[in-house]
Design a binder for this molecule. Structure first.
Ligand code: IVH
Length: 724
């Protein structure tokens, strides 16, 4: 704030007052954050009080300018010991649940039956329903008298709740005064107090840092925050509020006055009064559309940033709601379509360690089977040994640093299609004799030493422990074979994970080369494949033919299929393009592997960096790998990589240089495109250059080109010329 003496409130124009209130709201909010969230006050208590007093004075003089996020009363006086009881003007009900699509169809059919007479009488009669997310928080009822928030309560037993007015006042989404117009003289606004995932994480991290309590989930944390005796604590936890219903609604004479004709209109009104409502609301007149909306919301569930546990369908017209009425404690006219639960508690019965293709040891949790989100979960990924210890990838604590022990009661989570995770341990239930898990330092498949490499780039220990057995390790061998035959690699029809595992176990194949000698060996063998489990003469012939059909694979696929660490499909293609033939690739890589500065022998390939080069050299430094490749090359002849060039393009045969920043394509895309069109792409401008494509920021190359009289065109002109 400026140091100028403040004008007397009475001398302020409305515009000045509005601006000052805005400034005050920001300044007070910033001070609140510094004080409550960062534990680092930026202004003195006296200055803070002065800001608040000025804000109060302005609000009193200009009541119509009170902001919905007004700082006044956000941090009020602490409520007296315990919470006073509040009787709701109209009880807060619960909802009946639907779990299956049929339950939703039934609901719509029941409505049609109930209103059958209306439907028959009036062909234009429409039964519409709203569908809106069911927020997983705490319901609250906010009483407004003449547009002013006077009392807020928890749901309690539905009839009587607890007075948490002061705490609710700290929630920015809850207006202290309603804006707009048209609200009944007295209205109870109902909605859900919740905590966003972001805020939950922030709180958890903060707590972990200061050794505070552990927070289990956003809902419980929101509940705890809302029932704080000290509203300053509530204020520091940035709770949110979605409004979606009302209870009592009366005019000034105490007569019932429904605030809208439909639920849909009511939600629009809520918005105009200054409430936050949920955007994912739909109105439809049939069960299919409601269910489709439910599915849509379900797919978005993980990315909404707050928890929801289903979708609520409500009959849209308020007069019809009143006619349809209630059963016990729930309305007939609404139903909650629940999502299957995504978290469940179970027991960690064991930890197994699996060995991957590149030797990575991955621990897997064995769980007492439990249904999570409608699926039975028996395993969960544990990532690596640090994860079991409660250490994250960057060394930060996870699960508050709590380790996992066999016998622990754990909370399993399944979000969407993601592999189930263990998100928490119930420490109270840890058996007294549970032992810390000791991660093996020897490969469980071959017994070779398993090590954590030092990562040269980060200077840290790799989070992954790897088996050093390579080809002698049966686990790595099988995984390698699976990778070799996979769809995106050699793509051998009829030879998948299952067959590879079986053939390896039966001693029919151990290395990729063996796949291609299978037919010849089978002919001589007495243990014929056609007699093996799951095979017959026809399927065996088909398999052998499929194998033979892949004796001349594309070079890029072949390189990828070798399973060199860090060489994925894209890198495989870059290498194939650079070297053209497998012989050239083998020769260069082998020479580099045997050279003390191998990197210098390796051509600079855009898109391929040190990690990939080192990995290729490490692969070729291992004689067994080279032998396996050479044996394979006796059977398989990868096709030389040819760039398909169109000879008739206007740039065919021309030498092109790209410089400056390109805006429509990356440098490597530009290069690939020019080459496809038959042009040669050079790195520097010389007398031989035909075209310089110059983007913004072009420097010395542009100058040289101009000096040499080379044609210079822009990126756009390039596209025009090549007709893209
Ligand atoms: S309507 C009479 N709409 O679900 C019906 N409730 O199981 C009043 N809830 O106590 C509730 N999101 O806490 C309604 N969009 C929504 C909701 C919602 C969450 C909660 C509410 C209620 C509970 C019923």
């Amino acid at each position: 704030m400026s140091d100028l003496p403040l004008k007397d409130v009475a001398d302020l124009s409305e515009d000045d007052a509005r601006l000052e209130l805005e400034r005050l709201a920001k300044a007070i909010a910033a001070a609140d954050i510094a004080y409550h969230q960062n534990d680092a006050p930026e202004i003195t208590d006296a200055d803070y009080d002065a800001l608040k007093r000025r804000n109060d004075a302005l609000e009193q003089a200009f009541p119509e300018l009170v902001r919905t996020d007004s700082p006044s009363g956000k941090v009020g006086a602490a409520p007296a010991e315990g919470f006073a009881k509040v009787r709701h003007g109209v009880p807060m009900l619960s909802l009946s649940n639907a779990f299956a699509d049929e339950d939703v169809e039934d609901f719509v059919v029941r409505a049609k039956k109930f209103f059958m007479a209306d439907i028959l009488r009036d062909p234009g009669f429409k039964l519409e329903f709203t569908a809106e997310p069911k927020i997983d928080g705490l319901s609250a009822s906010l009483r407004y008298e003449n547009g002013v928030f006077v009392k807020g309560a928890t749901r309690g037993d539905g009839a009587v709740g607890e007075d948490i007015t002061e705490n609710l006042k700290t929630i920015a989404d809850i207006p202290h005064k309603l804006s707009g117009s048209g609200w009944p003289a007295v209205i109870e606004i109902r909605g859900e107090v919740y905590m966003t995932h972001e805020e939950f994480r922030r709180l958890k991290e903060h707590s972990a840092k200061f050794g505070g309590q552990d927070y289990v989930n956003p809902r419980n944390t929101a509940a705890g925050s809302l029932r704080q005796k000290n509203p300053e604590i509530t204020a520091s936890r940035k709770l949110r509020f979605f409004a979606y219903a009302w209870g009592l609604a009366e005019d000034g004479n105490g007569n019932s006055q429904p605030p809208a004709a439909t639920q849909w209109d009511f939600v629009q009104s809520l918005r105009s009064w200054g409430f936050v409502t949920n955007d994912l609301m739909l109105r439809a007149d049939n069960a299919e559309a409601l269910i489709a909306h439910y599915r849509m919301i379900e797919t978005q569930r993980a990315s909404l940033g707050y928890d929801i546990d289903g979708v609520v369908y409500k009959l849209d017209r308020i007069d019809l709601q009143q006619r349809w009425g209630f059963v016990a404690r729930a309305p007939r006219w609404a139903i909650a379509h629940k999502f299957p639960a995504e978290q469940a508690t179970t027991i960690l019965t064991g930890i197994d360690v699996q060995v991957g293709r590149t030797g990575a040891l991955t621990p897997v949790a064995r769980l007492q089977p439990v249904t999570v989100g409608g699926v039975v979960v028996e395993n969960a990924t544990l990532h690596n040994e640090d994860y079991i210890k409660g250490i994250g990838n960057n060394g930060e604590p996870i699960r508050n640093g709590v380790d996992l022990r066999v016998g622990d009661t754990v909370i399993v989570q399944r979000a969407g299609d993601v592999i189930p995770q263990i998100v928490d341990v119930v420490l109270d239930k840890r058996p007294a004799d549970a032992q810390p898990y000791v991660f093996p330092h020897a490969c469980p498949a071959c017994g070779s030493e398993a090590v954590r490499e030092h990562n040269e780039k980060t200077g840290k220990l790799d989070s992954v422990r790897r088996c050093t057995g390579e080809l002698i390790c049966p686990a790595q061998a099988v995984e390698n074979l699976k990778h070799f035959v996979a769809r995106d690699a050699m793509d051998i029809d009829g030879l998948g994970d299952k067959q590879v595992t079986q053939f390896y176990a039966e001693g029919r194949i151990a290395r990729p080369a063996d796949i291609f000698t299978l037919r010849a060996r089978d002919e001589r063998s007495i243990k014929k494949l056609k007699d093996a489990d799951g095979f017959g003469a026809t399927s065996v012939k088909k398999l052998f033919d499929a194998i033979d059909a892949r004796r001349e694979p594309e070079l890029d696929r072949f390189i990828y299929a070798l399973g060199i660490r860090h060489v994925g499909e894209t890198t495989g293609a870059l290498l194939a393009k650079e070297f053209g033939t497998i012989e050239k690739f083998r020769e260069t890589a082998l020479a580099a592997a045997q050279h003390e500065d191998g990197h210098s022998l390796f051509p600079q390939i855009s898109g391929i960096g040190e990690t990939v080069r080192s990995s290729i050299m490490a692969f070729f430094a291992n004689e067994r790998n080279v032998q396996a490749l050479d044996d394979l090359l006796v059977e398989v002849k990868p096709k030389p990589y040819v760039v398909v060039v169109s000879a008739d393009s206007v740039v065919a045969g021309k030498t092109v240089v790209f410089t400056g920043s390109l805006e429509k394509m990356t440098r490597s895309e530009a290069k690939a495109m020019a080459e496809r069109l038959g042009a040669k792409v050079a790195g520097s401008v010389s007398a031989k250059t035909d075209i310089l494509v110059a983007g913004p920021g072009a420097g010395s190359k542009l100058k040289t080109a101009q000096d040499l009289g080379v044609e210079v065109i822009s990126e756009d002109e390039w596209f025009e010329r090549v007709g893209k």
